[in-house]
Structure formats: structure tokens, C-alpha cells
Design a protein around this ligand. Structure first.
Ligand code: NAD
Length: 458
């Protein structure tokens, strides 16, 4: 392709790259999008979407089979059919995949299939084709990380990629890592009656979350029958007795399958970053500023490959920020403090901003408001009363610093405290917003009111 054909070329069409392409096109730029596999990337094909589709089936099965009678629904012989769960998962993904392909056409984005590599600071080579543009956005994402000496075989030792695409479930599974992936799959398997052993190296589940959230999760998981072991050091694993024997400092753990869920690594190798002078950190993530600019003036980078929170919605927002910067319309820089974190375990977890400890460690004087779902009408109706909403505010100014929800629909409830933080609002204002009754959103309101001791229902 000739020089000047495009205003911007984007390497990678996942949840960072394709929204960046759409936003750039909306701003009048001519866009090429290079994708080696499928538009939609990890999130759509082996991440957020298929895993949440699986969880929707497991939750439905679990709820009806274990709680049906309590709700007056006779459901004595409820069974599940995993191949059909997998078929529905694939149908959900395909529907959305078609939607993304349509959006590319609608926005007149030139999609170039193939594996691309930076040739110089304005050129991406895809096979023998050279795609040139004054601006480049790198959005190549990330891949699952393995533990040294424990190689994935896709059958006995699996990653989240294998687990997401599987068409059957094992009788028992050991999961290493109790981050987002670990607790979501622990939930999926537990709800389907699989024996789950969850091993976490640190001293609590979901260690990035507020400490009280971790404690609540441990209680809920134990109650659900998940064998949770924290502070466990894994030394190795090998195939044994038609399963996997995991060697830990605390002894042997055996399960039919082993899933390793210890994080993700950036896809920053072999794409020509070094040759064109793009600076990366020691762990391989590309260094960027708040406008997603790299060390090379023509190149932006977004999504998992730049680190921060490896979340689809963060990637999209970074893509939009980069596209606007390229178009000369700097609306708002990327603010990692405003990224909501959502985990679709049972109970769900969602948070934004600082944990209580992070706020105190920063030397801030904080006041905290907490409201349990046990005291909320909608939660009782719903039959889901485990968990709470917790607001962390600046004691001097009242400004909302962080919000943490563990419990029903937490992932839907977090958007409102996040908006309060975007508007630099106070906990008081969040509590004064009139919430519909009876809804789960009242937990957020009551927790915000509790910051000043004004909660009504506790
Ligand atoms: P993670 O970094 O969130 O969690 C990995 C966990 O493994 C950590 O708690 C860590 O302490 C533990 N660990 C590391 N080495 C260990 C060892 N040797 N033994 C025992 N435990 C060990 O990574 P993840 O859960 O794999 O997720 C990867 C990325 O994908 C994360 O950034 C995550 O936020 C994102 N993700 C998000 C969602 C969601 O938002 N719902 C879902 C899945 C993944």
C-alpha cells in the first residue's frame, strides 16, 4: 500500500484496537487495522465474553438445582449438559463477532488480515505488504503466563484459554492463583459440582482487592465448598495417576486437572518495538504517558500490552484516548485511578479507586461507610444477602476515594461510584442521589450515607 493511504494504522484488533479504530474514523481519520487472528481479540474469543457466558449457565443451573425449592420452584431433577453450555457460549461469541465485523464496515475501516510487525516508525509490514501512516497504535494485547517448569499440555495442565474453550469439565481441578481468573473459574466449576482446590501464594484471595473483600470471599468460597488454601508455595507439578500431582511446600495436592492462573504477559516481543526504539519496562510492558504516547513520537500503545489493569474496558478507553490525541482532540487523559475492576465470581466483586489500606498508606485520613446486603430488601428478595458495599472517603473533604462491592450484581453497581469519582464528587453526594426502591443499588447509597453515620437501614 502506498504512503499516505492511511492516517493511522493499528496493530491488533482486540478490545483496545477496534474501538480505537472506530473513534479515529469518527474523527475523520482514514484507518487500517491489522489483525493476525480474529477481530475482538482475547476478550471476545477466549476471555470476558465466553467465560461470562459459561458462568451464566453454571449460575442458572446452580441456582435452580440448589435453591429452587426455597423459591417454590420444584426442580428435583435438574441436570446440565456441558456440550450445550459450550454451544451457547460459542453462539454468544459469534453473534458479537459478527457485530464487530459489521462495525468495521460501517466505519469504513480497512481490516488487513495477517501478522504485522513495525518496520519503521510509520510502517507496519504484513507479509509482503507495507502499510504506512503518519500514526501507529500498537494494541497487541497479552498472553497467559505459565509457571516455570509447569508446561501447559491442554489436557492435564491447562490455562484459562483451554478452560474457556473446553467442551467438558473434569471431576476435580486444582487452580493455582486466586486472582480474577482463578476465582471466576473456581466459581464456574464449583457451581457445576466439580471439586475445586484453589491455591494462592499470597495470604488472601483476590489480593489486589480491599482486605475486607478478600475476607468475605474466603468465607463465601469456603461455604460453597471450595477448598481454599492461601500462603501456598508451588514448587512444581507432574502428571500422575491420571491426573496432576502438584508439589507445594505444604505437601502434595492431586486433582484430575491443574489450571494455572497466575497472570498474563504482554505480547511485545517480535513486533519490531526494539528496532524502532519504543521503550518497554523490564517486564515487557510498553511505557506510555497519560495520552498513550510511547517514546517514539508517531507511535501510541494501548491495552494489555501497556500494563496497568489488564481489562477490556480499560483497553477500550485507552484506545479512544489515543485516537483523540492523534486527531488533535485531547478531551481527557487516561486516568488509571478511574478504572473499575470487576470479577464475575460468586459473589461478584467490583471496585474503583483506592482500597482503605491504600488510602491510609498514602497518609490520608479516611472515613469508611459500609452497608451489608443482609439489610437490603432487594437482596433478600433476590435471595443473595452475602457481601457488602464499602465506601472510602477523605475524612477532611468528604471526597470519595474508593468504592468496593462484594455481592449480588456488584459489577453493575460499581459504575455509579466510578462516575462520582470522575466528577470528583463526595460520598455525601452519592448518598443524596435518590435511588429507586427496591434495588440493589440502594446498597451503594446506604454505604455512602454510612460514611457520615447517616445510613437509614443499619
Ligand atoms: P492476576 O494477576 O489477577 O492473579 C494471579 C494470582 O496468582 C495472584 O493472586 C498471585 O498472587 C497468584 N500467584 C502467582 N504466582 C503464584 C504461585 N506460584 N502460586 C500460587 N499463586 C500464585 O492474574 P489472572 O487472574 O491470571 O488474570 C490475568 C489478568 O486478566 C489480570 O490482569 C486480570 O485482572 C485480568 N482478568 C480480568 C477479569 C475480569 O475483569 N473479570 C477476568 C479474568 C482476567
Amino acid at each position: 500500500m502506498a504512503a499516505g493511504d492511511f492516517d493511522v494504522v493499528i496493530l491488533g484488533g482486540g478490545m483496545g484496537g477496534y474501538p480505537a479504530a472506530i473513534r479515529a474514523s469518527q474523527l475523520g481519520l482514514k484507518v487500517a487495522l491489522v489483525e493476525a487472528d480474529k477481530l475482538g481479540g482475547t476478550c471476545l474469543h477466549i476471555g470476558c465474553i465466553p467465560t461470562k457466558a459459561l458462568l451464566e449457565s453454571s449460575e442458572l443451573y446452580h441456582r435452580v438445582s440448589t435453591r429452587g425449592t426455597e423459591f417454590g420452584v420444584n426442580a428435583d431433577k435438574v441436570t446440565f449438559d456441558y456440550p450445550r453450555i459450550a454451544t451457547r457460549r460459542d453462539a454468544v461469541v459469534n453473534q458479537l463477532y459478527k457485530g464487530v465485523q459489521f462495525l468495521m464496515k460501517k466505519n469504513k475501516i480497512e481490516v488487513i488480515a495477517g501478522s504485522g510487525r513495525l518496520r519503521d516508525k510509520n510502517t507496519i509490514a504484513v507479509g509482503n505488504t507495507q502499510v504506512k501512516a503518519p500514526h501507529v497504535i500498537v494494541a497487541t494485547g497479552s498472553t497467559v503466563k505459565a509457571l516455570p517448569g509447569i508446561d501447559f499440555d491442554g489436557e492435564y495442565i491447562i490455562s484459562s484459554d483451554h478452560a474457556t474453550l473446553a467442551t467438558k469439565v473434569p471431576e476435580s481441578i486444582c487452580i493455582i492463583g486466586a486472582g480474577a481468573v482463578g476465582v471466576e473459574f473456581a466459581t464456574l466449576y464449583n457451581q457445576l459440582g466439580v471439586k475445586v482446590i484453589l491455591l494462592e501464594a499470597l495470604d488472601r484471595l483476590v489480593p489486589l482487592e480491599d482486605e475486607e473483600v478478600s475476607k468475605e470471599m474466603l468465607g463465601a468460597f469456603k461455604k460453597a465448598g471450595i477448598d481454599c488454601r492461601v500462603g501456598v508455595r508451588v514448587r512444581g507439578a507432574k502428571k500422575a495417576r491420571d491426573g496432576v500431582s502438584v508439589d507445594t511446600e505444604q505437601g502434595e495436592v492431586w486433582a484430575r486437572q491443574l489450571m494455572v492462573a497466575v497472570g498474563r504477559a504482554p505480547r511485545s516481543k517480535d513486533i519490531g518495538l526494539e528496532q524502532v526504539g519504543v521503550t518497554t519496562q523490564a517486564n515487557g510492558f510498553i511505557k506510555v504517558d497519560e495520552w498513550m504516547r510511547t517514546s517514539v513520537d508517531t507511535i501510541h500503545a494501548i491495552g494489555d500490552v501497556v500494563g496497568g489493569f489488564l481489562l477490556a474496558h480499560a483497553a477500550s478507553h485507552e484506545g479512544i484516548t489515543a485516537a483523540e490525541d492523534i486527531a488533535g482532540q485531547q478531551l481527557a487523559p487516561m486516568d488509571q485511578d478511574l478504572v473499575t475492576r470487576c470479577t464475575y465470581s460468586h459473589p461478584q466483586i467490583a471496585s474503583v479507586g483506592l482500597t482503605e489500606k491504600q488510602a491510609r498508606d498514602k497518609g490520608l485520613e479516611v472515613k469508611v461507610g459500609k452497608f451489608p446486603f443482609t439489610a437490603l430488601g432487594r437482596a433478600i428478595i433476590h435471595g443473595e444477602t452475602a457481601g457488602f458495599a464499602k465506601m472510602v472517603a477523605d475524612a477532611k473533604t468528604g471526597r470519595l476515594l474508593g468504592a468496593h462491592v462484594v455481592g449480588p450484581n456488584a459489577t453493575e453497581l460499581i459504575a455509579e461510584p466510578a462516575l462520582t469519582q470522575l466528577f470528583q464528587g463526595d460520598a455525601w453526594e452519592l448518598g443524596r442521589n435518590i435511588h429507586p426502591h427496591p434495588t440493589l443499588s440502594e446498597a451503594v447509597m446506604e454505604a455512602a450515607m454510612a460514611v457520615d453515620g447517616h445510613a437509614i437501614h443499619i
